[in-house]
Design a protein around this ligand. Structure first.
Ligand SMILES: Nc1ncnc2c1ncn2[C@@H]1O[C@H](COP(=O)(O)OP(=O)(O)O)[C@@H](O)[C@H]1O
Ligand SMILES: Cc1ncc(COP(=O)(O)OP(=O)(O)O)c(N)n1
Length: 532
């Protein structure tokens, strides 16, 4: 947030409440502001009006407000004060249409619709503020939340400096004022708060001066904590300061958090009728929206928050991979119980079965390489594309190594076996589905179960003292290759990412494809017993 050059109505460090009544001190001029209408009626779906500027990139302004109002269960309306040209990287231009046109929008809405709550955001200039003020005094909505937007996080001005005095005069008409730390400092005419106690003290000053409740926001504090607090100096809350603590979410995607918070608070207040309850409802929602923001992938700068994260039910990082792991547990157990695996571990497996397995593995790897190449073609990122392409190439290298070493010294029937055919057909079907996520889920068990089995058998081999006479010693050593273990971890992470970006239906299809491949892993290890 860039510092704002501003003349406060107050000399720094002068207690606001103690100021003489002058036109420059709105708090003193208006001790009994026209804050709200009669008794507030709580509604399940409150009708909430946002009076704010437009952000065409959808993260802040009225776009964020309408999403937040809907996310909190309200019916959203919007009267547009200004058009901005902006994206996640900054504001390029601002156009404020004639204030009289805003007046017409407000009249049209309030002539027809009962407004349960109003959120006021970007106002642009003094003429717009004057229109909003006149309208508020006439209509007197039950809940008025004022976000004193002055400067975007990018440092661009959203309120003309000359309009700051007019904005101050609007403050007493609000029930809740939601400045960030820079705006709070300007409004009380002090340097920006150095720490949280300092910010709370400034919030108390602003509340005392305006009569409004102030929501002091910790978004721009240093450190890992991100608290917010409601402050009311006139005894409207259960305590003068009601703090809701929170951790800082490590993300750049904080574009529009202030807009979203203020409109969500207006909506929650209209539903609950209690500011503390409203903040306790809104804060976890906002935290979830910040946590799920990466999923949106909007823009290269400070991206928007994910307003509807609670509807999308996106799994947390690692959660979908864990679901897959649990789904494969019965198949892993089944593999460990197979005669083939027990014989491989003990060194008692017949040469005939081992040779059949090797030959089928070579055939399988050729088909597997083709579907990995398809995963590379469908991959959403260059990193994923590279990973699958590399894996496809390695498969072909392992296949030729099998032929050069293990198979060249053996007499083996190299006809395509029924299990190999079914497994490869299943992978080809997943690749033909066109869904990267489903294909990645289908190819994963070959990495994951193979690596698990390999590590277990290798550990058993070491525990038995690495017997030199073991006929499959070289195979067991190769099984526990660290590069393959790393590739497996990468493949799991990519499948987890794909699952988090997928729709619920696609995730369900991923699980089906993964389960089917896991089952084929069992059958593949059992095939030598039946078909060799
Ligand atoms: N990284 C973050 N982690 C958690 N909460 C945050 C983070 N950044 C902002 N917030 C929250 O977003 C809301 C808006 O705060 P702030 O960023 O200070 O306002 P503004 O968007 O007006 O500059 C507050 O509830 C604040 O606690
Ligand atoms: C049209 C419009 N209104 C307000 C803002 C500022 O949004 P805010 O949520 O206060 O915070 P940042 O997006 O600046 O972090 C805006 N950018 N555009």
């Amino acid at each position: 947030m860039s510092p704002l050059a501003s003349t406060s109505v107050l000399p720094p460090a002068t207690p606001l409440a103690a100021l003489p009544e002058t036109p420059a001190n709105p708090a003193a001029v208006r001790p009994a502001p026209v804050r709200s209408s009669a008794v507030q009626v709580l509604r399940d779906v409150p009708r909430v009006l946002s009076i704010a500027g437009s952000d065409p990139s959808g993260g802040a302004g009225i776009q964020a407000d309408l999403k937040s109002i809907a996310a909190l269960g309200g019916y959203g309306m919007a009267a547009i004060t200004a058009l901005t040209v902006q994206n996640t990287q900054g504001v390029r231009a601002v156009h404020v249409p004639p204030a009289s046109f805003l007046g017409q929008q407000l009249e049209a809405i309030s002539d027809d619709i009962t407004i349960d709550a109003v959120k006021i955001g970007m106002l642009g200039d003094a003429a717009v503020i004057g229109v909003v003020r006149d309208w508020l005094e006439k209509v007197r909505p039950a809940v008025v939340v004022l976000d004193p937007v002055m400067v975007a996080t990018s440092g661009d001005r959203l309120l003309q400096e000359s309009a700051e005095a007019a904005l101050r005069e609007l403050l007493p008409l609000a029930d809740l004022i939601t400045p960030n730390l820079a705006e709070l400092a300007i409004l009380v005419g002090e340097p920006q708060a150095r720490d949280w106690p300092d910010a709370l003290r400034q919030g108390q000053r602003l509340s005392a001066a305006t009569g409004a409740t102030v929501l002091v926001k910790g978004g721009h504090l240093d450190g890992g904590a991100c608290p917010d607090a409601l402050v009311n100096a006139a005894g409207l809350l259960t305590r003068e300061v009601v703090e809701v603590s929170g951790d800082r979410i490590p993300t750049r995607n904080s574009h529009g958090t202030g807009c979203s918070l203020s409109s969500a608070m207006a909506t929650a207040q209209a539903r609950l009728g209690d500011w503390e309850a409203a903040l306790r409802k809104v804060k976890p929602w906002l935290v979830g929206a910040l946590q799920a923001s990466d999923q949106l992938e909007v823009g290269g700068g400070n991206g928007p928050i994910n307003h509807f994260h609670h509807l999308q039910q996106v799994p947390a990082a690692g959660e979908f991979a864990e679901t897959l792991r649990r789904a494969s547990e019965p198949d892993l157990e089944a593999i460990y119980g197979l005669d083939f695996i027990r014989g491989l571990a003990a060194g008692t497996l017949s040469e005939e079965q081992f040779a059949y397995y090797l030959a089928q593995d070579a055939i399988y790897l050729n088909g597997y390489s083709r579907v990995l190449a398809r995963a590379s073609a469908l991959a959403p990122t260059e990193a994923a594309q590279t990973f699958w392409a590399k894996s496809a190439r390695q498969c072909l290298e392992v296949e030729s190594e099998l032929h050069r070493t293990w198979l060249s010294t053996r007499t083996v029937d190299s006809a395509l076996g029924p299990v190999t055919k079914s497994y490869v057909d299943h992978l080809l079907a997943a690749s033909a589905s066109g869904s990267y996520a489903v294909l990645v889920a289908a190819v994963l068990p070959c990495f994951w179960l193979y690596a698990e089995v390999g590590q277990t058998l290798h550990a058993e081999f070491l525990a038995a003292g690495s017997p030199a006479a073991h006929p499959y010693a070289d195979w067991l050593r190769a099984y526990a290759d660290e590069d393959f273990a790393q590739a497996t971890r990468d493949a799991i992470a990519l499948a987890d990412d794909a699952g988090r970006s997928a729709s619920a239906d696609e995730r369900a299809a991923m699980l089906v494809a993964f389960r089917q491949s896991s089952r084929f892993e069992v059958e593949f290890f059992d095939a030598p017993r039946i078909h060799s």
